[in-house]
Design a protein around this ligand. Structure first.
Ligand code: AMP
Length: 216
């Protein structure tokens, strides 16, 4: 049995706000499994199927994948017994429709928002390096020990196809227009907790853990 009362948690925040790093910290503390919609979609992208071609056409230029497709891939997965103790969701929902479908299927306990400016997001995303497992590095701010090799798993690092100038701006603009509407959606449900995501990764983790120790 999970002793924590927070079992189904959502992490919101612009691209580059540190969601994937902080979701590991939160998931570990609450003993719930993290799930990243972007990471799952990128796994489908790797194949050579109709689905991978369809996904590529949205993801590479920085557009949202259509709701019906994402909902089918993510909500269905959340029903797997892997998530019976709960989940720490990163990247889903991205708009009000997705949030409503999620609410119909699960009771969401808490939503954390990592707040950062577009300027900070752009700085963090330009130069970001990732490995196939989604571990994140940066050419200037978080260099791996060995050039272009992930310290954590030894796999090659690369720049995500959507971490380029035009796609980054598109993704941030969609975030501000669509995803940010979720802040009000969850605020009126009394579920929203906001953190200053511009602090260092370590400081943000400390703020989140302090909150969890007092409230989870
Ligand atoms: P992320 O890794 O969260 O930045 O997601 C990378 C890309 O995957 C996004 O730019 C979208 O193209 C797609 N994506 C991830 N999650 C969703 C979602 N919930 N709805 C629609 N598209 C998504």
């Amino acid at each position: 049995m999970n002793k924590h009362k927070l079992q189904r948690v959502i992490l919101l925040g612009p691209q580059g706000s540190g969601k994937s790093t902080q979701s590991i910290i939160i998931g570990r503390y609450l003993k719930i499994r993290e799930i990243s919609s972007g990471q799952i979609l990128r796994q489908y992208l790797r194949g050579n199927s109709d689905l991978s071609r369809e996904l590529k056409a949205y993801i590479t230029p920085g557009l949202l994948v259509p709701d019906d497709l994402v909902i089918r891939l993510i909500v269905h997965r959340l029903k797997n017994k892997l998530y019976k103790n709960g989940f720490m969701l990163d990247g889903f929902p991205r708009n009000i429709h997705q949030a409503k479908v999620l609410d119909k299927n699960f009771k969401i306990d808490m939503v954390f928002n990592l707040q950062i400016s577009n300027q900070e997001a752009l700085k963090r995303l330009s130069g970001r390096l990732v490995c196939k497992h989604g571990h994140i590095w940066h050419v200037k701010h978080k260099k791996p020990k060995k050039k272009n090799i992930c310290d954590k798993c030894g796999l090659p690092l690369y720049v995500r196809a959507d971490d380029t100038g035009v796609a980054i701006r598109k993704r941030l603009s969609i975030y501000r227009k669509k995803t940010e509407k979720l802040l009000k959606y969850y605020k009126v449900q009394n579920k929203l907790v906001v953190f200053d995501g511009e602090k260092s990764i370590k400081k943000v983790s400390q703020d989140i853990l302090k909150y969890l120790k007092q409230n989870a």
